[in-house]
Design a protein around this ligand. Sequence first.
Ligand SMILES: [Zn+2]
Length: 483
Amino acid sequence: MKIELVGAAQTVTGSKHVLRAEQSTVLLDCGLFQGRRRESQEVNRSLGVDASELDAVVLSHAHIDHAGALPCLVKNGYRGPIYTTPATRDLCAVMLEDAALIQAADARYINRAIERDGATMDRVTPLFEPADVARALGQMVSVPYHRPHSLAPGVQLTFLDAGHVLGSAISVLDVRDGDMTKRLVYTGDLGRKGMPILRDPEIPTGGQVLVIESTYGDRRHAPITAMDDALSGVLRRAFERGGKVIIPTFALERAQEILYALKRLRASRRMPPMRVYVDSPLTAKITDVFKLHPDCYDEDARALLAGRDSPFDFDDLHYVSDAEESKALDASADPAVILSASGMCEAGRVVHHLKATVESDRNAIVIVGFQAQHTLGRRIAERRPRVPSSASNGSCAPRSPCSTASARMPTRTTSLRTRELCVTAARSNASSSYMANDRRRTRSAQSSPRTGYARSRSPPAATCSRAEVEERALDRPSRALGA
Ligand SMILES: [Zn+2]
């Protein structure tokens, strides 16, 4: 038995691990690498695995950095089964279709920049199309937790609950090796004990080989009660100031956890009478999938359901559907809580809400998830005094690339003046060299403007070289980060 770590080795995202057994070859997860556009394009164009040698694929959960390259795999000819839990299969239907839209929007955006600036670089094509997503979904085979399944000659799979996101699974693989059977445990991403909604991760036994990822391996999380206390305090103070609370959220799991937390705070009268808006169509779709799978809930969440209540519904909760309604939220002076994607503030409707609120000290921003380097969310979490604002014309339709740097317009920065910034779960251990470089950039940017906005020293777009266009279009975080 051999294991090859093709992705997510010495980095985060892009999980892909190949198990080569005596009689079969199995791929564990098939995720997209997520980072700056240039790097993501280079890494994700190559699968790193030969689709024709695979007998089966096992998918641990629906996050894009574990499942996002499955459409690429079928586009490259893989026609075998993709084993996953029923909830993960349903989530993938939403997540991968959204990823295909992001792929298309990213390609259009970069190609427009290339055409506009007359660069000679090759046009960009999406990594995959909606048809590839449909084919990948058609190859998925649902396997419930705890039910052993022979997935290929000499390899048996049993899923255990990983407690990470809805449907997430630890894969226990019993692999025939000569006249012995060896047990390989692949954890995928593991959840924390005591988190709301989902059951705690199960502990596998008898493993001889363990493959585990460790994004938060060096970090001790605060207890969930501390997070509730922090959130309650921010809400109460913002309400007293007549301000808004903006919560950038990942559409899968974190958004549902925050909704459940708000419901708890309301039930215990620790939340002021503020309306709560979920302004993310993807979040609404994923929450619907959650409602389909109460079998994945823990006892508390199930008890709520037994009383005909839902963890994701309460009075004064409103799901925003169209873009006009989204913009109207910013025009309103009423105190409110707005949950919106993307989770790292690089795209989506949250960018508009941040633009409308960051310069007033009545408002608050609550960062509740992982923030990758070079993202706006990371800069906010690090409490930079000035952060980049979008150079778009303000027409931030859903899924428009409004927060990415324009190749024609100069990048602007804006002051972060919200009175409080609550960071409950972000990872923000940027290197000191990155911090120093950024401070230099900020100083040079602040020295020029009369308008209050700083202008970068980029040359006019008309004189951009090919390299400069590539740099501007590609040297930004991929929009897929926000998934
Ligand atoms: Zn994950």
